[in-house]
Design a protein around this ligand. Sequence first.
Ligand code: AKB
Length: 315
Amino acid sequence: MILVTGSAGQIGTELVAELRSRHGPENILAGKHRTPLPDEIASSGPSEIVDVSNPEQLKRTLLNYGITKIFHLSSILSALAESDIQRAHEVNINGVFNVLNTALESNIEQVIIPSSIAAFGTDTPRKSTPNDTIQRPSTVYGISKVFTELMGNYFFTRFGLDVRGLRLPGVISWKTEPTAGTTDYAVAMFYEAIASDKYECYLRPDTPLPMMYMPDAIKSLLDLSDANISNLVHHSDFNVHAMSFTPSELAKAIKKINPKFRITYNIDPLRQSIADSWPASLDDSAARKEWGWKPDFDMDSLVNDMYQNLENKLI
Ligand code: AKB
């Protein structure tokens, strides 16, 4: 049985649905903590409260359900982490350690933990950021993601635990909204364009950030999980890239579908400084070579698919 922590979140809801359709609903345990699960996840298979800050409870859950693989998705995202450092430390550092250590003690076969483009900082080359380069993030979220990558690689080399991870960019989706990230503006812009034909953006118009459509994010996690371990040189720290755009480029693309759409800017200094410390684009040749990573969606196909699905959902 597979456990997905953070199943109520933006990525978790869609990963649980995809895993349930691949492996049967009874074989996927949706782990949640504070946020309630959406009805379709709660009603379509087993679920359990999983508190990653409590290793005993975690261990009991792994044993009770016969868990063999964990997708550990629960995480406090970048903007919220800056306003609640304590909670970010509890979930993103202690929680990750507890999951890895408990997985080792419980003979779990594989642990997948996403990292993020936040694992880089202002000293890192910003364009086509190499897979292996300087990582000196200036945010608590970024620091926790470097910890996750290093700890994941450590558990693999020291104990042979199969830990894998990749650095997700901003993920765009229409089913579950993201919470308190820096890249969330891109999702919010679609919601507002459909609801009110206007959006006030908290990032400067010329801020480039790497982005990915949800189907590709799910594919990246599942393909990395399925990869033949003997082909992997890296383990917990793969760059994956799909596209990069700025708020003004996204607004222009949305305007092609909704000509009434207008964007204005009211910069949030905190989120702007976070975005300015992240890569503009990534070199993902290691992921392409070691496990065949290739995205299906570019910016045009993302914008059209996202707008249409969200419009059908909201109207
Ligand atoms: C965030 O903005 O915090 C996340 C991320 C890039 O990890 N979407």
